[in-house]
Design a protein around this ligand. Structure first.
Ligand SMILES: NC(=O)c1ccc[n+]([C@@H]2O[C@H](COP(=O)([O-])OP(=O)(O)OC[C@H]3O[C@@H](n4cnc5c(N)ncnc54)[C@H](O)[C@@H]3O)[C@@H](O)[C@H]2O)c1
Ligand SMILES: [Zn+2]
Length: 412
């Protein structure tokens, strides 16, 4: 048989590459980072930051560049002074290479490449190297943007996250990902890049808006519903006090939620999401679409609450959870002050389908492979499904709409 088949392509059927021509490259890299829970990290007597920067290495002066979410800087006008005072006290250990850079806060920063370039330039101007630190203080959006920068400059600076929102402290700030929005999609670009360390300082949370206080609680419901029934029961019981801004209840929920996320990253066997499943993203296929459909008017946490409600209605119709469990989920979210309905949910595409349904394919495309959606399989356990019935999604949307008409707080 000739070397070329009739189609002009080499005919290599049955041929095998000799073993000697293959070099199989295998190695693994261990990642380790500490997540600390504290208060007033910049109090001069608090040596936590120094310990975090040294992390098992012999003490030396650490070069640190800091960027701060403008929203945080506005509500904590003495923060820059406190940082400088703290670094002055610890000047043998910490070199604050420049005055902290204030960067725009909120989702808009993840759409803004100019901020990325400006931050890269500021870091370059200070000649940071791969053993220097970028410390980012802010909400999940600023941490996603700054983490992206830290992962790219010199192919990876030491990145310390200091999340200042509930959602940042219990989810966005403690994991291994960063991201920017592009091409009309959330997190279209980004990298997997574990941080050097995370410091959850609860003393930032008091200045959060009610929306962002509650929005973070949605992620706690998310992880509890699919992983931890006891935590879910606790959340339902404490939803009303969380809404009333009880700090102790919120701190406990942050710790428990963060530890569940960390446990998943450490033990799921797929921290960098090579597979098609994203088990912790229960409720997220529609949440991400709702955010983009609303032009990011709906915040991530608020969208997640609505996405959880939608997929829980669906799960109940599929017999995965009982009607009683569904009611506890919806009521728990509402008691927390979270809306379960946004008008964008019933927006239609030109084909007449619900526009939110396009979120299924976008979710699949982001992960690759087969569509894999996580649903609760009774509260506290999860199941992965590969198809969602569009008629049942439509029915679930109508159910949420009807409920929102009856319950004033369920309507955004
Ligand atoms: N990388 C990940 O693994 C991951 C996981 C979950 C979510 N996220 C991302 O996180 C983002 C949402 O983050 P978020 O919910 O923290 O909101 P956010 O970062 O958008 O911040 C919300 C608002 O609160 C302000 N703010 C921040 N801290 C404050 C404080 N202490 N006091 C007063 N105002 C403050 C900000 O300036 C902003 O205006 C989304 O883009 C989401 O996709 C990332
Ligand atoms: Zn989320």
């Amino acid at each position: 048989m000739s070397e070329m088949s009739r189609g002009g392509r080499p005919d290599r059927r049955g041929e095998r590459e000799p073993e000697s021509a293959i070099h199989r490259q295998t190695f693994s890299v261990d990642f380790e980072y500490e997540v600390h829970f504290t208060r007033d990290v910049f109090r001069p007597e608090n040596d936590l930051l120094v310990r975090v920067l040294n992390r098992g290495e012999s003490p030396r002066r650490r070069r640190v560049f800091i960027c701060i979410d403008a929203g945080v800087a506005r509500f904590h006008p003495d923060l820059v002074r406190r940082i400088k005072d703290c670094c002055h006290v610890w000047q043998e250990e910490i070199e604050l290479v420049a005055s902290p850079e204030i960067v725009p806060g909120g989702e808009a920063v993840k759409n803004d490449w100019q901020v990325v370039q400006d931050l890269m330039a500021a870091i370059g101007n200070q000649h940071l190297d791969r053993q220097s630190y970028l410390l980012a203080i802010g909400g999940g959006s600023v941490l996603d943007m700054a983490g992206f920068v830290a992962a790219l400059v010199h192919r990876g600076l030491r990145f310390v996250r200091m999340p200042t929102t509930v959602l940042g402290q219990n989810d966005a700030g403690i994991g291994v990902k960063n991201g920017m929005n592009e091409h009309g999609m959330k997190n279209f670009v980004g990298t997997f890049a574990p941080p050097f360390a995370v410091i959850d300082d609860f003393s930032f949370l008091g200045t959060l808006s009610d929306e962002h206080w509650r929005g973070g609680a949605a992620e706690a419901f998310k992880v509890a519903i699919i992983k931890d029934r006891d935590f879910f029961d606790w959340l339902v019981e404490h939803a009303a006090v969380i809404r009333q801004r009880d700090e102790r209840a919120m701190e406990e929920s942050i710790r428990r939620c963060a530890l569940l996320h960390l446990d998943h990253i450490a033990t799921s066997g797929d921290p960098f999401e090579f597979g098609a499943a994203r088990p912790l993203d229960f409720g997220h296929w529609s949440a991400h679409k709702l955010e983009t459909l609303s032009g990011y008017r709906v915040s991530h946490g608020a969208a997640v609450a609505c996405g959880i409600a939608l997929d829980s209605c669906y799960a109940e119709r599929k017999g995965l959870i009982t009607a009683g469990d569904l009611e506890r989920i919806l009521k728990g979210l509402e008691d927390c002050g979270l809306a379960l309905w946004f008008p964008e949910l019933e927006r239609r595409s030109p084909s007449g389908d619900l526009a939110v349904i396009a979120g299924l394919e976008e979710f699949r495309e982001h992960l690759g492979g087969r569509l894999t959606i996580t649903l609760p399989d009774s509260v506290g356990r999860k199941v992965e499904v590969h198809h969602l019935d569009h008629d049942l999604i439509e029915e679930s949307v109508q159910r949420l709409r009807a409920r929102a008409a009856r319950t004033p707080q369920g309507n955004a």
